[in-house]
Design a protein. Sequence first.
Length: 234
Amino acid sequence: LVSDMKGVKAGKLNLAIITTAKYFVPRLLGLFCQRYPGIDVSLKVTNRERVLQRLADNQDDLYVLGAPPEDMDIEIEPFLENPLVVLAASNHALAAEKNISLQRLTEEQFLMREQGSGIRLATEQFFAERGLKLKVRMELGSNEAIKQAVVGGLGIAVLSAHTLALDRDSQELAILDVQGFPIQRHWYLAHPKEKQLSVVALAFLEFLHKESKLVGEKYLQGIPGFPTRKNGGK
Ligand code: PGA
């Protein structure tokens, strides 16, 4: 088995991951590289559409996605929760409210990721399925830029709770208490079905499955509001 392998001494691991996974995967890579110091890792961070394109072109060893694509012949497995929350500036009027309705949110100005973003897709679908449409004040190409714009009072936004990784003690951002939120999603590890994975890629796959639960749960717990399950969970 890969875990018994002494052979993973050197080699290259190419990963392509969606933007929310960059708050988690590099930490995990730290542990992985301690265990396998000879491995050279390359990490591409981009949005869903571009990760899917790289997957279709077979450019990397493994891919992290926020939702399985509908029409691709791939191996794909969930490995960790990726909940979406509504963020506002902590001095926003809604920050003090409880159980905010989705209808009420449609009166607010939203800051949205670019077309091709998986978060944007998930957010638009979530509201569309409930017959609601959001007012989009501005489109921004990065989660970090959105957080800064939220703090700057430009609007509110739906983002992954993982984007709060280093801001968990922030006094400037608030997670709003909204009905139906957090939207429960997962990260998925994917690769083309017919692809012969390298020994290094197999070692990472096994490592991810073993370690991500341990590291991930501890990690989400530090984020305000997590792992609180508001909708029927415990
Ligand atoms: P995105 O995907 O970077 O394409 O928005 C992130 C996610 O789905 O969590």
